[in-house]
Design a protein around this ligand. Structure first.
Ligand code: PRP
Ligand code: URA
Length: 218
């Protein structure tokens, strides 16, 4: 397992607590059945969303508490939305909704070619005012980085500022992080794990297999 110290400050690795390692141990295990895979992936996704929210800018605000006591608190600045990379990224939508009630969620359908591992863009549907928003880009797997980079390209073409994109990701390969960061250094990557490498089929090693297939059971 690599650490985030090998990368720029825009690569944010969740603290590798015993609890988090325990959650990953369950979803990495090839004998884990689908119900558990979904349940424990969802727990990790929730942690990623919480960390994404931690990264948003806030403004100081004074709150009047009971007895008229004042409390110096914080409130979020600006609007957010989610954008999932279909299909596997859709698994992260509920975690975002659980934290941000009625959040808008756009979709970008990108699929890796099974032979070449190169991404293909099929469809996009994004909020009209996305250029004014902070965007949580959702995809559990960052392997070569091709799919995530293609999605960022779509967001930038729609006027989103690069430093307002937060890519939430369960598992990344060092090769993918490097390629992504070289192209989009301002985009923050928030990940729960950085693995050893990619194999010849461009799958993450040790990884967890095909996330979409395991989560959706197809
Ligand atoms: C997987 C995954 C990412 C992509 C990562 O999706 O969810 O989108 O591969 O690989 P990359 O970094 O090399 O581009 P896939 O295209 O297999 O489709 P799926 O979401 O239907 O599983
Ligand atoms: N997509 C996955 O689901 N897993 C990998 O290891 C690589 C791409």
């Amino acid at each position: 397992m690599s650490t985030s110290t090998n990368y720029s400050k825009n690569v944010i690795l969740l603290p590798q607590t015993n609890q988090l390692i325990g959650l990953y141990s369950i979803i990495r295990d090839q004998s884990t059945r689908r119900g558990d895979f979904v349940f424990y992936s969802d727990r990790i996704i929730r942690l990623l969303v919480e960390e994404g929210l931690n990264q948003l800018p806030v403004q100081k605000t004074i709150i009047k508490c009971h007895g008229n006591h004042e409390y110096e608190g914080a409130k979020f600045l600006g609007k957010i939305c989610g954008v999932s990379i279909v299909r596997a990224g859709e698994s992260m939508e509920m975690g975002l909704r659980d934290c941000c009630r009625s959040v808008r969620i756009g979709k970008i359908l990108i699929q890796r070619d099974e032979e070449t591992a190169l991404p293909k863009l099929f469809y996009e549907k994004l909020p009209e005012d996305i250029s004014e928003r902070y965007v949580f880009l959702l995809d559990p797997m960052l392997a070569t980085g091709g799919s995530a980079m293609m999605a960022v390209q779509v967001l930038l073409a729609r006027g989103v500022q690069a430093d307002r994109i937060f890519f939430l990701n369960l598992l990344a390969a060092p090769e993918g992080i490097q390629t992504f960061q070289n192209k989009y250094p301002e985009v923050k990557i928030i990940t729960g794990g950085i693995d050893q490498k990619l194999n010849d089929d461009k799958f993450i090693v040790p990884g967890l297999g095909d996330f979409g297939d395991r989560y959706y059971g197809i």
